[in-house]
Design a protein around this ligand. Structure first.
Ligand SMILES: CC(C)(COP(=O)(O)OP(=O)(O)OC[C@H]1O[C@@H](n2cnc3c(N)ncnc32)[C@H](O)[C@@H]1OP(=O)(O)O)[C@@H](O)C(=O)NCCC(=O)NCCS
Length: 172
């Protein structure tokens, strides 16, 4: 398996993968036009030409990015593909000089295993919510907000987002 940046030829497989899970209510639907526009956000895990998984790093502010559209083919889950994609996207965030990455998710345990902590959704900056209008759950959002700090954020530089809960089931 190789993790690399996505190219246009990967998009049809990413589209099927993400929207398959979106139909199950597990993640946000992504139209083809949006995937083509945002292809540079995406990384893929591939074996030959086959996309085993995908994920995107979407920059929102000078110090903040979202990991979104993270999905692994059903038959490849539980083999480290998701974590490898998150590691790749986090490295990309570090290379760009970002201070923190967050995810809005139902996969709390997975993201905790990847070093993320739960935060109150309301503490995320307003700009995070601009795409929520596309979500069926706009009026009753039940996703969990999770954040990973990549480097200390100087007080003058940014609002710190307080961590509210360290899940007890995280084994170290
Ligand atoms: C969430 C998802 C991306 C995880 O990918 P994956 O390849 O199955 O995860 P990994 O094998 O890399 O797991 C990494 C760690 O998380 C744990 N983990 C993964 N999914 C888990 C789950 N649902 N519940 C509990 N633990 C989980 C693994 O046991 C592993 O733990 P370890 O630290 O002991 O090794 C994948 O299950 C998926 O595509 N789910 C459907 C789409 C979705 O919900 N995407 C998230 C949108 S934000």
């Amino acid at each position: 398996m190789q993790i690399r940046k996505a190219v246009m030829a990967d998009i049809p497989q990413i589209h099927r993968l993400v929207n398959g899970y979106a139909q199950q209510g597990l993640m946000l639907r992504r139209p083809l036009v949006m995937l083509y526009e945002q292809v540079r956000d995406f990384a893929v895990a591939v074996e030959g030409d086959r996309v085993l998984g995908c994920g995107a790093l979407h920059i929102l502010w000078h110090d903040l990015a979202e990991i979104r559209s993270l999905a692994v083919q059903p038959e490849c889950r539980g083999r480290g593909v998701g974590r490898a994609l998150v590691d790749f996207l986090v490295q990309e965030a570090l290379d760009l000089g970002l201070a923190r990455v967050f995810a809005l998710t139902y996969q709390q345990e997975f993201f905790a295993r990847c070093g993320f902590q739960v935060v109150k959704k309301e503490t995320l900056p307003q700009k995070v919510w601009k795409e929520c209008i596309y979500c069926e759950k706009f009026h009753a959002c039940d996703e969990i907000a999770m954040i990973r700090y990549l480097r200390p954020v100087p007080e003058a530089e940014s609002e710190e987002i307080p961590v509210v809960e360290i899940p007890l089931w995280v084994r170290e």
